[in-house]
Ligand binder design. Structure first.
Ligand code: NAP
Ligand code: G3P
Length: 486
């Protein structure tokens, strides 16, 4: 069934309930980061075609919003179960298209199915309210306000390469269950995985025009799409650079943005160091560190630093490097050679400035071996920049106050982790950290997906997380009844 979306290696876009090639005939070839083999081709759509797709979504929105919520939720439930039926097929595409190890790819599809089921339920729990005027001085009981939430209209969903299925659906599902229609712009490297996902929505019986896809380089069609008059909301996940660009070019357009991160793991002198090391290594190196919530720096009290680093080093050296098609591979090829170049640039800068290489700093094409660097100082780029790769910098501090100062000095504010046995101290520190989420005694991570997920400062604006996402893509409308005065 899923093969219908492809003709002779060229994948089609899902537009108004049909699978279409681009009239331009322009294609973008997608090559696997694993071995450079061709995965397929996607249409490079023109702005005229993007315009048609957006207008199609706009035209379908009112009718979709009139569909009873229970019916919208039932379609989502069908999508969730169909995703599981095609879990292996979709995961296998992700493995070759974005080099995500098979274990993580299968997990992403399962997580997405769970996300959808939770979203369908959460939508049914959404509540409005009724307010009586007499709660305010000078008013009587002859005036009441009925307050409810309504869909915003047409949502432009833009997703990143590292979760092409989950971070597309984390926008699509809350949007459509709330009565919006969606235009999805998937990542170029990840588009094929996203198109497979879109097919599942069609198979579940989603009416035409409710979900539509546009493929093409964001640098070519992105500005046109985000500034289109018929787009009522932009739900973006990606780099801070692109997020800032989008917020500059859009005027008065509501935005939800989840951007870059430089999540710190703060380890205090009373922490369970072996447990902390396990969480830190998992958090820093899964999917080769290509996660926004990856642990991207360790800030550790000097008195326990040697012991902690020893535990971390023992774990890092055991990480399996290589082919993502093999179950226990953790360190996979990075998404591109350019990505690997950037990671190596940051490593070299740190070593040139006197940092201590403990493991790694080895590269084979776009595989960067897990790299552990100690004695990172504030003059080094690795202290502040987001490598989005398998490198873990260790910063040593003399005091907890210094740890908080360095953690907050980052332009990013996604998550931080605090490792300590003293819960009072954990809350005291958490209260001072300028981030969206503080994990106490755990690695930084987004799940479970009904928790609020947000970034502050350069890490984004607005809140994701199932109920939060539904609220973000709806608006309040009040209806005030003025009864006859007695
Ligand atoms: P990216 O380069 O910013 O791309 C993200 C998406 O934006 C892609 O679909 C991209 O399309 C599109 N895009 C590019 N230029 C655009 C423009 N001018 N207008 C509109 N859309 C445009 O990010 P990525 O490389 O895919 O992902 C890695 C980055 O995303 C990292 O910084 C990571 O921290 C961040 N991220 C954050 C979260 C979070 O939840 N906070 C989650 C995942 C990733 P193309 O692919 O065609 O360029
Ligand atoms: O980078 C993707 C971001 O959403 C992280 O998700 O679940 O890996 O923490 P997770």
């Amino acid at each position: 069934m899923l093969k219908e979306i492809c003709h002779e290696g060229v994948y089609k876009n899902y537009i108004n309930g049909e699978w279409k090639l681009s009239n331009t005939g322009n294609l973008i070839d997608i090559f696997s980061p694993i071995d450079g083999s061709k995965v397929g081709s996607i249409p490079a759509m023109s702005k005229e075609e993007v315009d048609e797709v957006i207008l199609t979504a706009k035209a379908a929105q009112k009718e979709w919003a009139d569909v009873p919520l229970i019916e919208r939720a039932k379609i989502l439930n069908k999508v969730a179960f169909l995703l599981l039926d095609y879990q292996k097929e979709i995961a296998d595409i992700m493995v070759v298209e974005i080099a995500k190890d098979i274990t993580s790819s299968l997990a992403e599809v399962k997580r997405t199915s769970d996300f959808i089921l939770f979203t369908a339920d959460a939508a049914k729990q959404m509540r409005g309210e009724m307010l009586s005027a007499d709660a305010f001085p000078g008013y009587g009981k002859d005036r009441v306000s009925f307050v409810n939430r309504y869909p915003l209209g047409t949502v432009l969903a833009i997703s990143p390469f590292n979760y092409p299925v989950n971070l597309s659906v984390s926008k699509i599902a809350p949007a459509i269950v709330a009565g919006n229609t969606v235009v999805l712009k998937p990542p170029t490297q990840g588009s094929i995985s996203a198109l497979y996902m879109a097919k599942i929505f069609e198979m579940a019986g989603l009416p035409k025009g409710v979900l539509n896809t546009i493929t093409g380089r964001g640098s070519e069609i992105g500005d046109y799409a985000v500034t289109h008059d018929s787009i009522d909301f932009i739900n973006f996940t990606g780099s801070t650079e692109i997020g800032r660009h989008i917020s500059k070019v859009t005027v008065m357009k509501p935005l939800l943005m989840e951007l870059g991160g430089k999540d710190a793991a703060i380890v205090l002198e009373d922490a369970d160091l072996e447990e902390a090391a396990k969480d830190i290594v998992n958090g820093a190196f899964s999917y080769s560190g290509q996660r926004c919530t990856a642990v991207k720096r360790v800030i550790v009290k000097e008195e326990v630093a040697d012991e902690l680093v020893g535990y971390i080093k023992d774990r890092v050296r055991k990480l399996k490097v290589g082919d993502p098609r093999k179950k226990d591979t953790v360190i996979v090829p990075l998404i591109s050679n350019e990505a690997a170049d950037f990671v190596c640039e940051l490593i070299e800068d740190a070593l040139d400035k006197g940092a201590t290489l403990l493991l790694g700093n080895k590269r084979e094409k776009n595989i960067v071996y897990p790299t552990l660097i100690d004695n990172i100082t504030e003059d080094m780029r690795l202290a502040w920049e987001e490598p989005f790769g398998p490198v873990l910098p260790i910063m040593r501090v003399e005091s907890t106050e210094k740890a908080i100062e360095i953690a907050n000095k980052s332009e990013y504010g996604l998550q931080s982790a605090v490792f300590t046995k003293n819960i009072d101290q954990a809350f005291h520190i958490a209260n001072q950290l300028d981030v969206g989420t503080v994990q106490i005694n755990n690695k930084t991570e987004r799940g479970p997906d009904h928790f609020p997920f947000l970034g502050v400062k350069a890490s984004g604006m607005g809140i994701q997380g199932i109920r939060y996402s539904i609220e973000a893509m709806t608006r309040v409308k009040a209806m005030v009844i003025n009864f006859e005065k007695k």
